[in-house]
Ligand binder design. Structure first.
Ligand code: PA5
Length: 431
């Protein structure tokens, strides 16, 4: 079953702020123009994350390296931040743990207490450190790297056996270190930026080292690329997602976009999406005006006991994108007989899968009754292929949304000032 997006609750027939029937045609024309422009840029190599076949040799190197590492390490630790960590975290949850494979840790912050605790927990001689940075110059990651490198030297362990680097194919400080010290290094294509890099060695190396065959993930992504080849708004899932959320923001003031998977396997795709949507779209447009939606991550059913009250009765400035799975490989039944208080007796003999599905349906329907829009993405199941479809759909949607908001989705000029001031603060103090 291909991914489906049910947008009925984005329409005026369901919610007053929704799309009117005649408005749909205008949106479809607008999306057709956006699709044409994006396809032209894609052919010119602007969107490297769509060029999966060009990475075939690097994917093979990743798979061979992971094969060679089997049995050598108890722990694999990713050092990276932002787009260099969120994809690995999303894939770790989506693909699950493989028995007998190393534990996968992702240190995506520089809080010294967390890092010190991890360093104390792992056995240095049985750990592989993957240093991930597209630019190779991110200070957080380089600081982590330097600490690890020092520990390896102190323990007399060879860097080339305990480090792997994922970075730009030719440039940057990490590439230079890899060349200088013969450290295994994997390339993030030059035309793929951090937050669009989950389907490069940034995501695939940690996944492969954790025992996964990433072929299914990439096959899912390719399925989505093929599905999004059409300029028809009704048939292009990424177009539908981007256009409806953009329209909700522009025409109905619904600029807060809540991404809410009802599946723990997919839950870390929510913070990954938040970074993608925020860092790509929150910027100044061609006329110098500030633009951009505010993404929020949520998890069903847990956040029904947290965010939902706000979504139902708070400011009507939000759209919820539910993510559901049609089938589950594992389910648990509440015993038909057994200790179940009368208040929840209806659950006797029903499964937790049925409960979470019913809650997703009920939440969308309650929001609709309160006049609050939502759309529902349904995947066949939470597996590698479907994760690949979803990730690619969201990356394409971000590029389409960039065109709709008239911003460049690939840069992040606003992040630079904070980096500069942090550097100034540290360089003006001697340690
Ligand atoms: O999406 C982006 O470009 C950023 O979030 C980067 O991923 C983040 O700043 C880390 O950069 P780098 O991968 O160069 O270390």
């Amino acid at each position: 079953m291909p991914m489906q997006i049910n947008d009925a609750r984005m329409m005026m027939s369901a919610v007053p702020s929704g799309v009117a029937p005649d408005e749909w045609n205008a949106l479809a024309i607008r999306f057709g123009e956006v699709h044409t422009a994006v396809e032209a840029d894609r052919k010119n190599g602007r969107y490297g994350f769509t060029e999966l076949d060009a990475q075939a040799a690097e994917f093979k190197r990743v798979a061979d390296f992971a094969k060679g590492a089997v049995g050598q390490f108890y722990d694999v630790v990713v050092l990276g931040i932002g787009g260099s960590s969120l994809g690995a975290i999303a894939l770790r949850s989506a693909l699950g743990a493989v028995e007998g494979a190393p534990r996968l840790h992702v240190v995506d912050n520089i809080d010294p207490a967390t890092f010190a605790a991890l360093l104390a927990r792992v056995s240095l001689d049985r750990t592989l450190w993957c240093v991930v940075s597209k630019s190779g110059g991110t200070v957080e990651t380089l600081a982590q790297y330097a600490i690890v490198r020092d520990r390896l030297a102190f323990a007399g362990l060879a860097p080339s056996k305990h480090l792997a680097i994922v970075t730009d194919p030719t440039s940057g400080p990490l590439r230079a270190i890899a060349v200088r010290d013969s450290i295994p290094a994997f390339a993030v294509p030059a035309n793929v930026g951090g937050r669009f890099s989950v389907l490069t060695p940034v995501g695939t190396l940690p996944a492969a080292l954790a025992g996964h065959d990433v072929a299914a993930l990439l096959a899912g992504a390719k399925t989505m690329l093929a599905q999004c080849a059409t300029p028809s708004l009704s048939d292009n899932p990424a177009g539908q997602f981007a256009t409806l959320l953009w329209r909700a923001h522009q025409r109905a003031g619904q600029g807060t976009h809540v991404f809410m998977p009802y599946s723990d396997a997919l839950r870390d795709i929510a913070p990954w999406f938040v970074q993608l949507w925020a860092e790509s779209l929150g910027k100044v447009d061609a006329d110098g005006l500030p633009q951009g939606p505010t993404p929020l991550a949520a998890r069903g059913a847990t956040d029904q006991h947290s965010l939902l009250q706000l979504l139902m009765e708070g400011p009507a400035d939000k759209v919820v994108a539910f993510v559901r799975v049609a089938a589950r490989d594992i389910d648990l039944t509440v015993p038909a007989t057994g200790d179940m208080p009368e208040a929840a007796a209806f659950m006797r003999g029903r499964t937790l899968g049925e409960l979470i599905d019913a809650e997703a349906t009920a939440t969308a329907s309650a929001l609709g009754r309160a006049g609050r829009p939502s759309l529902t993405i349904t995947l066949e199941r939470a597996d590698a292929h479907n994760a690949g479809e979803l990730l690619m759909m969201l990356m394409l949607a971000t590029v389409y949304a960039g065109a709709l908001y008239r911003v460049n989705p690939l840069d992040q000029p606003g992040v630079q000032l904070g980096k500069k001031l942090a550097k100034e603060a540290l360089t003006s103090r001697t340690p």
